[in-house]
Ligand binder design. Structure first.
Ligand SMILES: Nc1ncnc2c1ncn2[C@@H]1O[C@H](COP(=O)(O)OP(=O)(O)O)[C@@H](O)[C@H]1O
Ligand SMILES: [Mg+2]
Length: 283
């Protein structure tokens, strides 16, 4: 891919991009929620998106996954099937093309078990519809066994093999977050978007989550876009960081570069007390 806007990047583009967003502007009435946002997720990397509350991070994820449609800009996915435009595609289409996500506010089927939650997602990858299942067609049964096996594997992968049959609503917050990740993985993504996966979890769960994100990235080869407030977690897992403030990208670079960027420090000092300056609290 070659575009003139690529030259704006602070980091040289030696690696290839899996998701490229250029000039994204999203407005709600008079409110400019995203303002000319450029973002590049390189294949195989973990890119963190940070910024104060209300900066537009979730809106950016919503724009990348078809929930919101920015009025301006473009979003390209370079995946198996070549280059795909993502702007204006429906969320289920974006997911089928290889982009999965979790939500800031957990969205699980609380009355279903952990296993059932993952199986539902695994089955979206399969061709067999309800009619085939109802008629007990052999291929429908095979698919059912395959999604069952896959769901067991994924729950094992996220460390929940012993909680298969627990109702999602009865799981701890940390387990619900991990279950959401397993469910996203069940759709077989090339790109995974995690919106504050550590929110509401305890320090031990945060450490486990950091390990899990690295495993997903390294063992499954999935490119990860991570929104996270916990700077220790960000600094320990991210290859690069992009910083949003009032809907604009104010910095992009390695965690160390971003941490010492005056504009970033300023943005965080101007934010509420609960949001520490990146990296301050653990140094
Ligand atoms: N559907 C919407 N309608 C109107 N305003 C919205 C909508 N979604 C987000 N916003 C506004 O966009 C801004 C950014 O929100 P958000 O993306 O949730 O920020 P962050 O995730 O960084 O905390 C906020 O001012 C929010 O109120
Ligand atoms: Mg948010």
């Amino acid at each position: 891919m070659s575009t003139t806007s690529m030259t704006k990047e602070t980091t040289p583009q030696t690696t290839d991009a899996v998701v490229t967003a250029r000039g994204l502007t999203l407005r709600f009435g008079g409110l400019v929620c995203l303002n000319d946002v450029d973002l590049t997720l390189n294949r195989g990397e973990i890119l963190a998106v940070i910024g104060p509350n209300g900066a537009g991070k979730t809106s950016l994820f919503n724009s990348l996954t078809g929930v919101y449609v920015p009025q301006e800009g473009r979003i390209t996915l370079s995946a198996d099937g070549g280059e795909q435009n993502l702007l204006g595609r429906k969320p289920h289409v974006v997911n089928r093309l290889g982009v999965a996500r979790t939500f800031q506010n957990i969205r699980l089927f609380g009355a279903l078990t952990a296993l059932e939650n993952v199986k539902i997602a695994a089955e979206t990858r399969q061709k067999s519809g309800p009619v085939g299942i109802m008629l007990g067609m052999p291929w429908a049964r095979r698919n059912e066994r395959a999604s069952d096996r896959r769901s067991h594997e994924l729950l094992d992968f996220v460390g929940m093999a012993d909680k298969l049959n627990e109702l999602a609503a009865s799981l701890s917050y940390g387990d619900q977050r991990r279950l959401e990740i397993a469910r996203a993985l069940a759709t077989d993504p090339q790109v995974l978007l995690l919106d504050e996966p550590a929110a509401g979890t305890n320090p031990t769960e945060k450490l486990e989550l950091a390990e899990l994100i690295k495993h997903i990235n390294r063992e499954l080869g999935i490119s990860v876009l991570l929104i996270e407030h916990d700077m220790r977690l960000v600094m320990s897992v991210a290859d690069r960081v992009t910083v949003l403030n009032f809907g604009k990208v104010i910095a992009s670079g390695t965690p160390a570069e971003v941490q010492h960027n005056p504009a970033v420090v300023e943005a965080y000092l101007g934010a509420s007390d609960e949001e520490a300056v990146p990296g301050e609290e653990d140094k």
